[in-house]
Design a protein around this ligand. Structure first.
Ligand code: ADP
Ligand code: GN1
Ligand code: MG
Length: 375
């Protein structure tokens, strides 16, 4: 559980960052499952200004300096590319880290917690559920452009902030290990979900095999392309900025596209317990393919384009495995707001896998229809 704002001394934290003005306090913000995020208000010479303060989850991210090194490099590159493209407003189109006074990209508090500060991106917002196919198209375009941006990232290979993050085989093994250990005797009540996981085991190797056979390349990818990790402009609804950069590291383009399918096409919230409300929305899927190919179509390989639909099925299954594992292990990873929250999420994701499964061939035809060879 994140601490209540009363226990976070925002004024003291604010003094550690290279910020000016008077700190007026902060509030919990957003719906992320991992970090503790706050919006913090300032009075800067009479002008109200907001910042995002985030306590980085160092149970999940074991090496925070390495993580922040990645983020420093990626945000600097994104800003320099945005500046080259022109059009002003670079600070809205790339996350801007406010360093600590000593120049470090984050600071530590008296409890050993790690905090970072970003400029608040104004006149834009994230959504938990896609409202229109145009939303999906613009989000996918933004994530595709982000992948393109990362193809030119200078310097050494990025740190792997969570090893095996999209190793679906490993995620499956983790579930089976949790089922065997069953620390809270929860497994018996979720036999149907465990059986579903077992029946779908063949899915866990498909992306890794495509990579191992050389058909799809390693790239630098975002790895957490959930719809609420991109900010859309309030007026135009076009993508302003890709956020939540903690997992930017080597990966497969299909991990990113698969997570877009998982998080965007669902007609219900990720934790909706009424499974009759869960379905894969084809017009939203078409929007994703259209936006993603518009941004990334010319650098993706034919094999990547051919497996877009499959990636949605694999990554939805993978995240379902992770939610079910966390339920069985006692809700130790994802933030939860109610008992059984992770189980609701797992059931929801598996319901989405079933629907994607039923509509796989229809989904497969979309990319062929929408892809235009670059002139
Ligand atoms: P988590 O890793 O926990 O998901 P995020 O980095 O995604 O945390 O942040 C949580 C939420 O906070 C986002 O979904 C978004 O709504 C909001 N947010 C994060 N960074 C910014 C920012 N720079 N400006 C405005 N809102 C932000
Ligand atoms: C987490 O941080 P957030 O809420 O954007 C998770 C993703 C999952 C997602 C499921 C670092 O994303 O991998 O797909 O929840 N991030 C991490 O909603 O584990
Ligand atoms: Mg997030």
């Amino acid at each position: 559980m994140p601490p209540s704002p009363a226990t976070v001394d925002f004024t003291r934290l604010a003094r550690g960052f290279a910020l000016y003005g008077q700190c007026l306090g902060g509030q919990p913000y957003g719906n992320g499952h991992i970090n503790d995020t706050y919006v913090v208000n300032f009075d800067q010479a009479g002008a109200p200004v907001r910042y995002i303060f985030q306590r980085i989850n160092n149970r999940v991210f074991k090496n925070v300096p390495a993580l922040m090194d990645n983020i420093r490099r990626v945000t600097a590159h994104a800003a320099s590319q945005a500046a080259k493209l022109g059009g002003g407003d670079v600070s809205r189109r790339a996350l801007t880290l406010i360093p600590a006074h000593d120049g470090r990209p984050c600071l530590t508090d008296e409890h050993g917690g790690f905090w970072r500060c970003y400029l608040f991106i104004e006149k834009a917002r994230t959504y938990d559920i896609v409202e229109t196919p145009a939303h999906a198209r613009e989000a996918a375009r933004a994530f595709g452009n982000f992948q393109r941006l990362l193809t030119g990232l200078p310097g050494a290979r990025l740190h792997e902030t969570i090893p095996d993050f999209h190793n679906t085989r490993r995620r499956y093994e983790n579930l089976m290990r949790a089922v065997n250990a069953d620390p809270l005797n929860r497994a018996a009540a979720v036999r149907a979900e465990i059986d579903f996981a077992r029946q779908n085991e063949p899915l866990v190797d498909v992306l890794a095999k495509l990579h191992a056979s050389g058909e799809i390349p390693e790239r630098v990818t975002h790895n957490d392309t959930k719809f609420n990790n991109v900010m859309l402009d309030d007026d135009t609804h076009t993508g302003v900025c890709v956020i939540d950069l903690d997992t930017v590291m080597p990966g497969l383009a299909l991990h990113d596209f698969g997570d877009m399918v998982r998080s965007a096409t669902n007609s219900a919230a990720e934790d909706e317990p009424d499974l009759s409300k869960v379905s894969m929305r084809m017009p939203v899927y078409e929007g994703l393919v259209e936006g993603y190919l518009a941004a990334a179509g010319d650098f993706l390989t034919g094999a990547e384009r051919a497996h877009l639909a499959l990636s949605g099925r694999v990554i939805t299954f993978e995240i379902g495995l992770r939610f079910l594992t966390d339920h069985i292990e006692g809700d130790v990873y994802f933030k939860t707001k109610r008992p059984g929250h992770n189980l609701d999420r797992a059931r929801n994701q598996f319901a989405l896998v079933r629907d994607i499964d039923a509509r796989q061939s229809e989904m497969e035809s979309v990319a062929g229809r929408l892809f235009k060879e670059p002139a």
